[in-house]
Design a protein around this ligand. Structure first.
Ligand code: PHE
Length: 341
């Protein structure tokens, strides 16, 4: 039996040595070490041997198996690298092919518009202020000359958290907050961008949440012409140097006089189209001279200083810039839309 094992081992090692590829090597492994191999049947018959022969021949059988296994492993590595070499020789890879790109995100069109607005005002020397989106009734209304029973409150129905705390309906409370953070009639030149909330329907031109930019300038001798010049500069930089502006009298409780500011239609340049509903003008923002009582309530002396304020809707400007006719596209998060910016 010892001799038989020795012979099997020799012929296995010879076969391994001769084998030319991995498939052949695998069939050699099955033939010599598999369940139906000679070594396997010898193992099975070990039980029939005498007690003295069994351990000795068992060990010889086992050693032969180990030796064949390690020869198989060695040959396998050899053949693998050989086959790889061959593959590299015969196959060609086009290293100039571009790789697969990852999809990169980018800024939302509202953020892009907001950034452009901020840049224009930063260049004019404005600072950027922030205020909370959850605001007190006092800052959102009262400090802006809208006492509790004021009928103008109806224009801005809000989401109330308690009777005294609400989601801000406008960025104007940042006017009062900024004034109260200053003293001694110090000059102010700031914009306040941010989100505002109103109980509005959700349709192509309304949303219960939207973005505003507030502006406030206070100093000695600030006049209405300063307001007009500032807004004209801003609108020309936003819509192009041909843009014209038009002021219409309006009412806001915190400015006096107040004005609604229109820009010549960016689509038809004033000829009349569906976007401007044939008028040639687009309503773009509200503004006015800060009401003396508003100055007074926040610690400024209207006999010494004066100021102007304005508030604009960022979505409206983004829609006109990009030619978008439905406000909801900004909030739907549809990548087919967002991809285009
Ligand atoms: N806060 C006003 C609004 O949301 C806009 C405005 C701001 C008007 C500042 C005048 C001055 O309608």
């Amino acid at each position: 039996m010892e001799k038989q094992i020795e012979q099997i081992k020799e012929s296995a090692l010879a076969a391994i040595h001769e084998s030319k590829n991995l498939v052949e090597l695998d069939s050699i492994r099955v033939k010599f070490l598999g369940k139906k191999s000679e070594l396997a049947s010898i193992s099975k018959n070990m039980g029939k041997l005498s007690a003295e022969d069994r351990p000795r021949l068992g060990k010889i059988n086992h050693d032969a198996r180990v030796e064949i296994e390690s020869a198989l492993d060695k040959k396998k590595i050899e053949l693998q690298s050989l086959e790889l070499d061959q593959k590299l020789k015969t196959e060609s890879i086009d290293v100039t092919l571009p790789g697969r790109r990852n999809i990169r995100g980018h800024l939302h069109p509202i953020t892009l518009t907001l950034d452009r607005i901020k840049k224009i005002f930063l260049n004019m020397g404005y600072s950027i202020e922030e205020g909370p989106e959850i605001e007190t009734d006092y800052f959102n209304f009262e400090a802006l000359n809208l006492p509790k029973d004021h009928p103008a409150r109806d224009m801005q129905d809000s989401f109330y958290i308690t009777e005294e705390i609400l989601m801000r309906t406008q960025t104007s409370p940042v006017q009062a907050r900024t004034m109260q953070a200053h003293s001694n009639n110090e000059p102010i030149k700031m914009i306040a961008p941010g989100r505002v909330y109103r109980r509005d329907d959700y349709d192509a031109s309304h949303s219960p949440m939207f973005t505003q930019v507030e502006g406030l300038v206070i100093d000695r001798g600030i006049r209405f012409s300063d307001l007009k010049g500032t807004l004209e500069t801003f609108l020309k930089q936003t819509f192009g140097s041909k843009a014209k502006i038009r002021l219409r009298p309006s009412f806001f409780p915190f400015t006096e006089p107040s004005t609604e500011v229109d820009v010549s239609c960016v689509m038809c340049h004033g000829n009349g189209c569906s976007v401007c509903k044939g008028s040639g003008w687009l309503e773009i923002l509200g503004a006015g001279m800060v009401h003396p009582h508003v100055l007074e309530m926040s610690g400024y002396d209207p006999k010494i200083v004066s100021g102007f304020a304005f508030g604009l809707g960022v979505e409206r400007i983004a829609m006109l810039t990009y030619g978008i006719d439905d406000l909801r596209l900004f909030y739907d998060n549809d990548v087919r839309f967002l991809k285009q910016f």
